[in-house]
Design a protein around this ligand. Structure first.
Ligand code: SLL
Length: 272
């Protein structure tokens, strides 16, 4: 970790979205033939990754990623160095599921300590219903287990703030009517803002641009994290809330009925 330089930008929190997870595919003579040298007991090829939403570059804040695999795998601790514009990924083959420790190493300017995420490698779809299982399948029988996450940088050092917020867009495109304010979360008291230097990143075709903190507007195959998904989730939560309220009301009525019955019984007992 490099010594921090400059001052922290007070009251500012900057978040950068990213996706991590695994994609697995069973070996199959036609669709996914087993490469030579792969042990007989291996049933799947799989990939674990960390990448930007819509594949935007994230190497300007994330320098390297360490994937710690199951100890049965030769060389089970793997370090992947960031290459600009490319996802951090690792291809493997195997037979079993296990938990992968994903350790994120930030760029030295951030002066941030590494952080570890845990992700379960899924080779087989799971779910309570066939529908849920099917939702984990992508074209060609791939099993996906992906998660959306936001990396939060709280009061970044000035030089890192510059790195985080510069270069998102060519200045000329900043005036488009499609422009959309970059994602930001305010710090305590609500005074902080991620202004991205006043640039207004433009979202095109529901996609996002390099260094932006925006989420795509719509889903596409292989890109399930979007405002659209968010709206669907919000709707589900609202519907669930209505159900919970219904249930609560019914329970309250039931309690009231029982209390009345108890009172009646007591009154009867007192008379007798
Ligand atoms: C299980 N607890 O029993 C887990 C362990 C280990 C998976 C899974 C080995 C690959 C290799 C492999 O797939 N290990 O030898 O390269 O399901």
């Amino acid at each position: 970790m490099a010594p921090p330089t400059g001052k922290r930008v007070k009251g500012v929190q900057i978040f950068r979205p990213f996706v991590y997870g695994t994609t697995a595919k069973p070996f199959d003579e036609n669709t996914n033939p087993k490469p030579p040298g792969v042990p007989d007991d291996h049933t799947h090829s799989w990939t674990v990754f960390v990448k930007g939403i819509d594949d935007v570059d994230i190497t300007y804040w994330l320098r390297r990623v360490q994937f710690k695999l199951h100890e049965s795998i030769p060389n089970h601790v793997r370090m992947i160095e960031g290459e600009k514009g490319k996802p951090f990924l690792l291809h493997e083959t195997g037979w079993g599921e296990f938990e992968i420790a994903i350790k994120l190493y930030y760029v030295p300017e951030s002066a941030e300590k590494p952080q570890t995420l845990y992700h379960h490698l899924r080779l087989h779809p799971y779910g309570r219903t066939e529908e849920e299982k099917e939702a984990m399948r992508l074209n060609g029988g791939q099993v996906i287990s992906w998660a959306y996450e936001e990396q939060l940088f709280n009061e970044p050092y000035e030089p890192f703030y510059e790195i985080l917020t510069s270069g998102a867009l060519p200045a000329s495109s900043a005036s488009s009517s499609l422009s959309n304010k970059t994602g930001s979360k305010s710090g305590g008291g609500g005074k902080g803002k991620d202004k991205d230097h006043g640039k207004q990143p433009v979202r095109s075709e529901g996609g996002v641009l390099e260094r932006s903190a925006m989420i795509p507007l719509t889903n596409r195959p292989g890109q399930p994290f979007s405002r659209e998904t968010e709206q669907v989730e919000i709707k589900k939560l609202q519907e669930a809330l209505v159900k919970v309220e219904e249930l609560m009301n019914r329970t309250k009525e039931e309690v009231a009925r029982k209390e009345k019955r108890l009172k009646d019984l007591k009154a009867e007992a007192a008379k007798a």
